[in-house]
Structure formats: structure tokens, C-alpha cells
Design a protein around this ligand. Structure first.
Ligand code: UDP
Length: 348
């Protein structure tokens, strides 16, 4: 029988791509989402891509213990991928209570319910933000985490630690929790079908949605935050990872857990390409591959930005048997195809 994966936050940007890849790899998937930061576009897209009309969807809030408990009662869950969380750094600084309550309580509920139902495999969606302004690049999983500069970043660090402690405490019990934290670098792009992609609410904080919205005429001009960094072209360096490649890393991690191939009860993997790309290079590549000119200007640095971060991907490559495959050009073409699809579908 197919293994069953609960995807919390499965209607969102990364969750929808992960749901597609899980289904295509033969998993049964249950999606839970409170739709606080997305609508049903992503989930409808998932159904179209996979041709599966019957994927179970629950509009529930993981902060509600009884709702999470109901999911585990109705389904025999082999693994949980936990995405359901707020993710805007700036907003988290303004609304720390909202971030701590939402991001911590939902994860605590998932873990507690999983434990009360006899244990489970839990994949936590973490972030390279835990490394902060790392001194040595690229960062490995052993690179020390630095004190976070935002409540959002704090919740990622705290949830990693909670998972580690729960794994340790349950390891010799009859309700074992196994855990993997995937630390994402900068996920960008869209599914090649252009039926799912990133759908930010309001003015995008992230670079690529701002680029595509500028190209389509929804925003007047892209501001490039800082061209006086000590990098080759003066702009920041990031590790932009294609969202479908990222989704495949989740399938590899879930398979490792459910097939009993973990080397420790709690494992951490960087999920990136290992390739630093500057903001300016990314903008130029977008213009070139899509054959258009983007309106942009250089402005002051954005407070809180680190100059450079990219991943050492050796551990993920070797242990997960996974590697990022799409080129940055292919990914940027997919992001543009998605923006055009949105414009045509009246969704934007
Ligand atoms: N960036 C930019 N203009 C924007 C948004 C982002 O120049 O409108 C830059 C930002 O300074 C950073 C990179 O793009 O160097 C990636 O930013 P993003 O917010 O997408 O991800 P982050 O790395 O901050 O998580």
C-alpha cells in the first residue's frame, strides 16, 4: 500500500510543488491548509497537473489541536511535512507574538499529535536564515547557527531545536518521532506546466516575484537593494534553488525516513544548488532568457540583508541522492511563464 504523507501548508507555494512531486513518486497525500496566505489556486493546479481529483484537502488551522488530531484519526499518516507557518521577516519584527504563536503552536501540535498516535516521521521546513551572516562560505550543515535577527528566523531555529529534542526523547519509546530539517536557500521559479507557482499577496518581498511583476507591468520598477557590497558586481549573492528541484529534495527526504534509511533520528540537510548568483546576474539572466528589458534601479541596502550565502550541498547530494538539476535560466523562464499565466487567468 502507498505510504501516506500529510502536507501541512500544502496549498502554498512550496507545499503545492511538493504535493505534486509526492504524488508523482507514488505517495498518497493529505493536504491541510488554513488558506491564511493563499487561496485554492495552488491546490486546483495540483489536481490538474496530477490528474487526481480525489486528493483529500482539509481547511484547518494546525494551531487547533483537535483539528490536527482529527487528521491523524482519519488517516494513517506515515510522514508529515510541515510547511504551515508565517514567513515574512519584516512582518515578524512588527508582530512577534503573532509569529511565535502561529509558528510554534502549530508545530507543537503536529509533534504532540504525532506522538500520541504512536509516532511518525516529521520533515520540518527550515531555512538558510539560521546561518545568518556566515563567516565561511559555502555553509555546511555544521556551520554554526548565528543568533537570529528576526522573530521569523527565531521560530525556524526554535522549531529545529524542538524537533531535535522530541526525536531524542522519543527514540527509545513506543512512539518514535524521526525528524529531518531541510534548510532551504532561495526557492524560485514555478512548475513547468505553469499551473502552480508563487502567488504573493500584496507587494512581494522576494526578488523573483518582484522581477516578474515588474516585467508584466504590475510594478513600475525593481529596486535592487545595494550595489556597494564587497562582491564582484556590488550586489548580494544568494543560492537560488528551483522550486521543483526543492520539491524533489522533500521526496528524497521522506523516502529516506519511511524506508528506514536515516543514519540518525534527527538529520539536517542544506537544500541549495551550491552556486552563488548575484542579484544583478539574476536580473540579467531573466532579461536574457525571456528576451525583455526590465526596469530597475539601484537603491540603498535593505536592512537585515546578509551580503552572501550559498550552500555546500555535498551532504544532501550524497545522503539524499538528490541534486538540483534545473539551470537558473530554465527556472527564470518558468517564473515568467507563471506570471504570464496569472495575467491571462485573471488571477493577478
Ligand atoms: N532584493 C532586491 N530587490 C527586491 C527584493 C530583493 O534587490 O525587491 C535582493 C535582496 O536584497 C537579496 C536578494 O534580492 O539580496 C534576495 O532577496 P529575497 O527577499 O528574495 O530573499 P532573502 O535572501 O532575503 O531571503
Amino acid at each position: 500500500m502507498a505510504k501516506k504523507v500529510l502536507v501541512s501548508g500544502g496549498a502554498g507555494y512550496i507545499g503545492s510543488h511538493v504535493t505534486v512531486e509526492l504524488i508523482e513518486a507514488g505517495y498518497d497525500v493529505v493536504v491541510a491548509d488554513n488558506l491564511s496566505n493563499c487561496d485554492m489556486t495552488g491546490f486546483e493546479g495540483v489536481k490538474k497537473i496530477t490528474g487526481r481529483e480525489e486528493i483529500p484537502f482539509y481547511q484547518i488551522d494546525c494551531c487547533d489541536y483537535a483539528s490536527v488530531d482529527m487528521l491523524f484519526t482519519e488517516h494513517k499518516i506515515d510522514a508529515v511535512i510541515h510547511f504551515a507557518a508565517f514567513k515574512a521577516v519584516g512582518e515578524s519584527v512588527a508582530e512577534p507574538l503573532m509569529y511565535y504563536r502561529n509558528n510554534l503552536v502549530s508545530f507543537l501540535n503536529i509533534l504532540e499529535v504525532a506522538k500520541n498516535h504512536g509516532g511518525c516521521n516529521v520533515l520540518f521546513s527550515s531555512s538558510a536564515t539560521v546561518y545568518g551572516e556566515a563567516e565561511v562560505l559555502p555553509v555546511t550543515e555544521q556551520t554554526p547557527r548565528l543568533p537570529s535577527t528576526s522573530p521569523y528566523g527565531n521560530t525556524k531555529q526554535m522549531c529545529e531545536d524542538i524537533l531535535r529534542d522530541v526525536v531524542f526523547a522519543t527514540s527509545s519509546s513506543d512512539a518514535v518521532i524521526n525528524g529531518i530539517a531541510l534548510r532551504y536557500f532561495n526557492p524560485i521559479g514555478a512548475h513547468p506546466s505553469a499551473l502552480i507557482g508563487e502567488l504573493p499577496r500584496g507587494v512581494p518581498n522576494n526578488l523573483v516575484p518582484f522581477i516578474t511583476q515588474t516585467a508584466i507591468g504590475k510594478r513600475e520598477c525593481l529596486s535592487i537593494f545595494g550595489n556597494d557590497y564587497p562582491t564582484e558586481d556590488g550586489t548580494c549573492l544568494r543560492d537560488y534553488i528551483d522550486v521543483v528541484d526543492l520539491a524533489k529534495a522533500h521526496v528524497a527526504a521522506v523516502s529516506r525516513m519511511v524506508e528506514g534509511r536515516m543514519k540518525k533520528g534527527y538529520e539536517i540537510f542544506n537544500v541549495g544548488t551550491g552556486r552563488p548568483v548575484s542579484v544583478y546576474e539574476l536580473v540579467s539572466a531573466f532579461e536574457k532568457v525571456n528576451n525583455l528589458r526590465l526596469n530597475y534601479r539601484f537603491v540603498d541596502r535593505r536592512p537585515g540583508d546578509v551580503m552572501a550565502i550559498w550552500a555546500d550541498t555535498k551532504l544532501a547530494n550524497e545522503e539524499l541522492g538528490w541534486k538540483a538539476e534545473r539551470t537558473v535560466e530554465e527556472t527564470l523562464a518558468s517564473a515568467w511563464a507563471w506570471e504570464k499565466y496569472l495575467a491571462g487567468s485573471g488571477n493577478n
